[in-house]
Design a protein around this ligand. Structure first.
Ligand SMILES: Nc1ncnc2c1ncn2[C@@H]1O[C@@H]2COP(=O)(O)O[C@H]2[C@H]1O
Ligand SMILES: Nc1ncnc2c1ncn2[C@@H]1O[C@@H]2COP(=O)(O)O[C@H]2[C@H]1O
Length: 439
């Protein structure tokens, strides 16, 4: 594109955004628009340059080698000239791994009441329903989240990784640098009633179960309570990811290209993909009913939850693909299932489940063999890699119908009761059809 073409493109895009959003503060809107564009472009060029450098190519050659070397080491920063306290100015560099960038972008606490709040710039506001009003509980929390503008700005920015999933590990943040780079998680204040609710539901989310106490505490205090009305568009497909959400109450529907693909209820979470892969939002999320959500900012998600989550998804991805009973699950449903799995190992002769006892888990055999034994009948079935067991007690809320004993070293992947009820989707019908007591 020639400079002139680029210039006309930018003006046309600004014009389009302006007409869609109809801002009240014209200059501020233009300032924010170009600020974000410039910053995104600098970061994009920098990332391209790094990629090329890793393959021995030099992009944008400079005569001054030492300046080039210095540049290679740090992301060139574009700095805003307005004060950080400007309520319209919450920049995209929030996600930058560069500490300098963050120190210039964190808004002063208290300026933003809630990131869902209707603002002249917020195109994520519901199309037809009333906008979200801050609840008492929201107001008790000190918001440090993105402004409404950030959400709308996402639409105007160049899509760095549009429609492409980059590898998580390549982008993972280095835990060794925690604390050294100035990053601090948001710390909200909760009422005792809020803490009780968090304890009762949200904390039980699978993604949090892998965390040590310290990380769990960080996550909890970084959460922000959001109340959204029925019909509210929480996430828009194609937007940039800002928050990860856990549903405390209500349910959320997901649409990909206008088609409903999924829905999820209390205890579930969503909005992780864009944060994990630095990709645009993969689906639109709309509140099917009034919802209470807990939102976790992108940076805290990436710093604390990214590694464990991506490790689990990678670890179980291939295994789950091979299990016949799970063939009806979409790859996204398999990923969510992977989040909820754990591995246990049993030695020969050990019981995994015992006939007559209550059932808490469902099992897939990852490696090894097991015998299914019924009192008075002996071994009724032998199980191998890829087989499952323990579904009957969970399907029918009944005691275990048989004992399952390891007949060699046995590695099993476990799914607890709540995951079984929420994450197996269409596979539950297949499990019912294959009930071994009926064959
Ligand atoms: N079938 C699906 N495909 C993609 N995303 C889905 C699907 N079902 C639910 N989602 C959620 O919708 C979210 C939209 O934002 P993210 O892409 O960040 O993360 C996505 C998932 O958490
Ligand atoms: N013939 C069988 N009768 C009962 N349970 C069986 C049989 N064959 C395999 N099983 C598995 O053994 C498991 C014992 O725990 P559950 O009853 O939860 O679920 C049972 C089935 O998954």
């Amino acid at each position: 594109m020639s400079n002139f073409q680029e210039y006309t493109y930018e003006l046309a895009e600004l014009d389009r955004q302006f007409k869609t959003q109809n801002p009240t503060d014209v200059l501020q809107f233009c300032y924010n628009y170009f600020g974000n564009r410039l910053q995104q472009q600098r970061q994009y060029l920098w990332s391209q340059k790094q990629k090329a450098a890793s393959q021995g190519l030099v992009l944008f050659p400079s005569a001054d080698e030492s300046a080039q070397e210095a540049q290679r080491k740090s992301i060139p920063q574009f700095k805003y000239t307005l004060s950080d306290n400007d309520p319209h100015t919450k920049h995209q560099a929030l996600d930058s791994e560069d500490p300098q960038a963050k120190s210039t972008t964190e808004p002063a606490a208290g300026l933003f009441r809630t990131s869902f709040e209707s603002s002249p710039f917020n195109t994520s506001a519901p199309t037809s329903k009333a906008s979200l009003g801050p609840t008492d509980s929201v107001e008790t929390a000190k918001p440090t989240s993105r402004s409404g503008f950030a959400a709308s700005a996402a639409k105007t920015t160049m899509r760095i990784n549009a429609n492409r999933r980059t590898s998580v590990s390549a982008e993972a943040l280095n835990p060794d640098t925690f604390g050294e780079d100035g990053w601090k998680p948001p710390v909200h204040q909760f009422t005792s009633e809020q803490l009780q609710r968090l304890n009762a539901s949200v904390i039980k989310n699978f993604l949090f179960s892998q965390l040590d106490q310290e990380s769990l505490k960080t996550i909890i205090f970084a959460l922000e309570e959001k109340h959204v009305p029925q019909g509210f568009e929480i996430i828009k497909q194609g937007d940039e990811g800002d928050f990860f959400y856990v549903v405390e109450r209500g349910s959320v529907d997901f649409y990909v290209n206008g088609q409903k693909v999924n829905s999820s209820g209390p205890g579930s979470s969503f909005g992780e993909l864009a944060l994990m892969y630095n990709s645009p939002r993969a689906a639109t999320a709309i509140a099917q009913s009034e919802c209470i959500l807990w939102a976790l900012d992108r940076m805290t998600f990436r710093r604390i939850l990214l590694e464990g989550t991506s490790k689990k998804r990678t670890m179980y991805e291939n295994f789950l693909k091979e299990i016949p009973v799970l063939k009806s699950l979409s790859s996204y449903e398999r990923s969510k299932l992977a989040d909820a799995l754990n591995t246990e190992t049993y030695t020969v002769g050990q019981n995994v489940v015992t006939e007559g006892e209550a059932g808490e888990n469902f099992y897939f055999i990852e490696d090894g063999t097991a015998d299914v034994i019924k009192q008075g009948q002996g071994v009724v079935t032998k199980l191998n890699k890829g087989d499952y067991f323990g579904e009957l007690a969970l399907l029918y809320d009944s005691p275990r119908q048989a004992t399952v004993k390891a007949s060699s070293t046995l590695k099993v992947v476990t799914l607890d009761k709540s995951g079984f009820q929420r994450l197996l989707g269409p596979a539950v019908e297949v499990l019912k059809l294959q009930d071994p007591t009926k064959h």
